[in-house]
Write a protein that binds this ligand. Structure first.
Ligand code: ASC
Length: 161
């Protein structure tokens, strides 16, 4: 009996881990260009703050902890936005302004994982920026920045719009 219970719980815990990652579906209330606008809007907001935060850490702007924290919180909040906008049929050549490579939809579980790691690192940056010293903050800023870059290298192709 006990063995059976263990077998069942083992099965269900593996089943939970193996849950497939769903490619988001476009709501019938929206058009494909809305998905591109939506995700690009979130990335623009992240970039707006991230660039200013980077400039503070490089000493190009004075380090203002309150402003830095506010930026980090905004980046963290925005990091939850784009994934929903990566619906099929909105890659480069399919939608104007798209910079999304088509391998996003071929490797969606990997892409999803990379977005989740941005969320994790950005959340940690927002937390650390409240209490940490500048060098600790800088280290976490670099960890967060790496998650942007890793994903861009594989899944973004900058276009001349
Ligand atoms: C930005 C921006 C990105 C990221 C990336 C981080 O400000 O526009 O794409 O930061 O450069 O490595």
């Amino acid at each position: 009996m006990k063995t059976r219970w263990i077998a069942a719980t083992t099965f269900f815990s593996f089943a939970a881990v193996a849950e497939p990652v769903e490619i988001p579906q476009l709501s019938p209330a929206l058009k494909p260009h809305h998905a591109v606008d939506y995700r690009r809007g979130a990335f623009e907001i992240m970039g707006w703050h991230f660039k200013q935060m980077g400039a503070m850490l490089k000493g190009e702007l004075p380090f203002d902890k309150a402003k830095f924290t506010k930026g980090a919180e905004m980046v963290s909040l925005m990091s939850y936005v784009p994934l929903e906008g990566f619906v099929k049929g909105t890659g480069i050549g399919e939608e104007k302004y798209s910079e999304a490579k088509h391998n996003i939809w071929k490797n969606f579980p990997d892409f999803n994982e990379k977005m989740l790691s941005l969320q994790k690192e950005a959340k940690s940056l927002a937390e650390i920026s409240k209490t940490g010293d500048e060098s600790t903050i800088k280290k976490q800023f670099e960890n967060t920045s790496k998650t942007c870059k890793t994903c861009h290298d594989e899944y973004r192709d900058r276009q001349q719009h």
